[in-house]
Design a protein around this ligand. Structure first.
Ligand code: ATP
Length: 140
């Protein structure tokens, strides 16, 4: 079943999510405030748009409430990430995933009611460490 995703922030993390979902045949709307980033994903995502995600009216205008899952991958600008998350939770988006920069950011996102908070670098480090251990066990 095809699902509609919106990815906000097309850095390495958001960009890779956008590409992978698109490769798997999902409908993805790629969003970034930087036009050059959006142009990079023009031929990858189903739709792409230049937009400041902290602008609630702009999000409503593109019909953000119709998406099954919205992923916020705004990294360094924690304030923009939090404000975007508040807007999305207020709009009752079905599924919201947000990338957290640190524990404080994580705590606030959870308080706001974000469904899924992720720490890509930390999670990947853990997964790799576990895989190193199981590889070692197999080698002995
Ligand atoms: P990564 O590690 O995934 O490359 P990062 O953690 O360094 O990313 P940034 O590069 O700071 O994150 O942000 C990711 C993207 O989010 C950038 O392309 C940036 O233009 C975009 N972005 C930042 N603020 C907004 C905003 N208010 N609305 C839409 N996009 C935004």
């Amino acid at each position: 079943m095809k699902k509609d995703f919106a990815v906000i922030g097309l850095g390495r993390f958001g960009g890779s999510i956008c590409k992978e979902l698109s490769d798997k045949g999902m409908h993805v709307l790629a969003i970034d405030s930087d036009e050059a980033k959006v142009n990079e994903y023009k031929n990858i995502a189903y739709h792409s748009v230049v937009l400041d995600a902290t602008d609630e009216d702009a999000l409503k205008e593109i019909g953000i409430t119709n998406f099954d899952h919205v992923i916020v991958a705004i990294g360094e600008n924690i304030q923009a990430s939090i404000l975007t998350a508040v807007i999305l939770t207020d709009l009752d988006i079905k599924r919201i995933t947000v990338k957290a920069q640190n524990d404080y950011h994580d705590k606030i996102l959870n308080r706001i009611g974000v469904h899924h908070v992720v720490h890509p670098e930390r999670d990947m480090g853990k997964r790799l460490a576990h895989s190193f251990i199981s590889n070692n066990i197999l080698e002995y």
